[in-house]
Design a protein around this ligand. Structure first.
Ligand code: ZN
Length: 297
């Protein structure tokens, strides 16, 4: 199998785990001239279009009046210290932003560093939804340079969480299974997927999801590769498996339609064929990577 890196899966940062707990050192890094800040407004990334910049210096940060409460230490690479932060609401009109989903279409940052964007967005998304303690309901505050929140009342420690979801390349001979969720846009088909439940392995989750959604039993289930998916904070786990039959029984609450597609047709669509009855997700989706691996075989 050729080496393949889904978007957001490459992250060269040393995450500086030993420094996170030392507030004084983190402050020093923030103030240093080597500090660079990724600024987010939800899942939009702030950019300086004129100068093609998405990593801002400390001086620029001060001008933009960023809330320090929400600044996260991401790590270090080639003498640059990376932080991510959420902009305050009084965002200057002069700032432009690009959706994280569309960012791959611009050349602000090398693909080898896209994992930094996913890291920055995911952990900020987690902070956004964990302002209050899930044990006692009181407020939480940021500690460890953004890698923990502590409850001010019961002192419970909360850590950024990642939800795992399996996404499956299901094959039967020269055919693979593609389906469309009930919320998909017209004509769009993809690999079936679902969240891993408590007490489950990736392999177990993949078999269960396939059976629940399509009524098919599978064997030879194996892990292929994974992808951080910062919408809001998921790890997509790419699996492949063989179907025991092609008889579909769809769960219509989740799957609007599914069908078996021959490898030649998948190859044609991946290569840009436009008059097919289905389209597949664009290049940022791991589903596309799973299909690319398969047609190469
Ligand atoms: Zn609490």
């Amino acid at each position: 199998m050729k080496t393949l890196y889904p978007y957001f899966s490459q992250n060269p940062l040393n995450r500086l785990d030993q420094i996170r707990t030392k507030d004084f050192e983190v402050e020093k890094l923030k103030e240093s001239k080597n500090a660079k800040f990724l600024l987010f407004d939800g899942n939009d990334i702030i950019v300086d279009e004129e100068n093609k910049i998405c990593l801002f210096s400390k001086n620029m940060i001060d001008e933009y009046n960023i809330s320090y409460e929400s600044i996260i230490l991401l790590g270090e690479y080639e003498d640059i210290i990376y932080f991510s932060a959420t902009l305050k609401a009084n965002l200057k009109d002069s700032l432009s932003k690009i959706s994280l989903r569309d960012f791959v279409n611009f050349d602000y940052i090398d693909e080898e560093k896209f994992g930094i964007l996913a890291q920055g967005a995911s952990v900020l998304n987690w902070h956004e939804s964990h302002q209050y303690c899930s044990f006692c309901g009181d407020s939480t505050v940021v500690v460890n340079a953004g890698w923990r929140r502590d409850c001010i009342k019961c002192k419970k420690e909360h850590f950024p969480r990642v939800d795992s979801a399996v996404i499956m390349l299901v094959t039967f001979g020269e055919y693979c299974l593609l389906g469309r969720g009930v919320n998909f846009k017209e004509g769009r088909y993809s690999c079936l997927a679902g969240y891993v439940e408590s007490g489950e392995t990736f392999e177990g989750a993949a078999k269960r999801e396939l059976f629940e959604e399509a009524g098919i039993e599978a064997y030879d289930v194996e892990y292929l590769f994974s992808q951080p998916w910062p919408f809001p904070s998921t790890l997509m786990v790419g699996m492949r498996m063989k179907a025991k039959s092609q008889d579909l029984t769809l769960d219509k609450n989740e799957i609007a339609d599914a069908f078996w597609v021959h490898k030649d047709e998948v190859r044609a669509v991946l290569n840009g064929k436009e008059d097919s009855i289905f389209s597949i997700p664009n290049k940022i989706a791991i589903a596309r990577n799973l299909l690319e691996v398969w047609i190469e075989e």
